[in-house]
Design a protein around this ligand. Structure first.
Ligand SMILES: Nc1ncnc2c1ncn2[C@@H]1O[C@H](COP(=O)(O)OP(=O)(O)OP(=O)(O)O)[C@@H](O)[C@H]1O
Ligand SMILES: [Mg+2]
Length: 279
């Protein structure tokens, strides 16, 4: 479990507080979406979750270990994988397999175990056929999958993704999101920062940050139900919910707490059926 208590952070001593008192708990295996307008502190916040940043005040605990403890942080880092926005900044190896081997290589594991993990991780993201290629010639989507494989090779319990699909085209985005969903199903905690509400419409929990604080927190239905409040906070709602809200505004008695295409189709077709009966 990741536990954050009264977290305050400023980059410069005496400077502006970027995180202004965040407390929350992320239970094992949860899929948490983090949203909020540009500059509200999402990246700064999530970088605390594996000890890349340490609190100015307050505390962050990962699986019972304190991120401000320099010895504990060595154990925390491999447990909490980080995937960043720009795939190019994450490449370290000359070949895909070398790149994925970098993390476990630092854990002083036997070479045979490293090779096994590299193979397994590349297979999990569907990149095993590219293992001998140079990562630099891959597409952005493929680079991001290699970055995820690099994280998986550390056998993490939690994975933090900070806007991982920004530079990806729609099909690459789908591929990455599919992998993320699979990892969640396998029990890995997912903390996913995004500007795209559709990507986290089916998360277990959404945290909305605003000016360094938690402005809203709850299930997607609870959070995305407050359309006006979200507009004030500078964030949108998933496309499906937007369509249902528009239908509702035309006078149709349609549910608006639906975030998947399949469910929305069911809702709309049952509405059509009931209207046909009525006429
Ligand atoms: N290394 C740094 N040094 C000083 N200030 C920083 C640093 N990184 C970020 N900031 C400032 O902290 C604030 C929050 O930035 P952060 O990157 O955490 O926001 P964000 O919510 O992730 O934004 P975005 O949606 O654009 O990614 C911004 O005002 C930013 O200028
Ligand atoms: Mg950011």
């Amino acid at each position: 479990m990741i536990k954050v208590k009264d977290l305050i952070f400023q980059y410069d001593k005496g400077g502006e507080q970027i995180v202004k008192g965040i407390s929350t708990e992320i239970r094992d295996g949860m899929h948490v979406g983090i949203i909020g307008p540009t500059g509200c502190g999402k990246t700064t916040f999530v970088r605390h979750l594996n000890g890349l940043l340490t609190p100015t005040a307050g505390e962050v605990w990962v699986d019972g270990m304190h991120t401000a403890d320099p010895v504990a942080v060595l154990k925390i880092r491999p447990r909490v994988g980080m995937v960043f926005q720009n795939p190019d900044n994450q490449i370290v190896g000359m070949t895909v397999e070398e790149d994925v081997a970098f993390g476990p290589g630092n854990l002083a594991l036997p070479p045979i175990e490293i090779a096994r993990r590299v193979q397994e991780s590349l297979a999990m993201v569907g990149m095993e056929k590219q293992s001998k290629r140079s990562p630099h010639i891959l597409s952005n989507g493929e680079k991001q999958l290699v970055a995820i494989a690099g994280v998986l090779a550390m056998k993490p319990r939690h994975i933090i993704l900070d806007e991982p699909t920004t530079y990806l085209d729609p099909s690459a985005r789908e591929r990455v999101l599919h992998v993320v969903n699979r990892l969640h199903k396998e029990g890995i905690t997912i903390v996913h920062v995004t500007h795209d509400m559709n990507e986290i419409a089916r998360a277990d929990r959404i945290i909305v940050l605003y000016e360094g604080r938690i402005a809203m927190e709850g299930t997607p239905s609870q959070v995305f139900g407050h359309v006006e409040r979200l507009q004030d906070l500078g964030v949108g709602i998933p496309k499906i919910a937007e369509i249902l809200w528009s239908l509702r505004e035309t006078g149709l008695d349609v549910r608006t707490d639906i975030f998947s295409v399949e469910e929305a189709c069911k809702e709309i077709s049952s509405l059509i059926t009931s209207q046909q009966k009525f006429h």
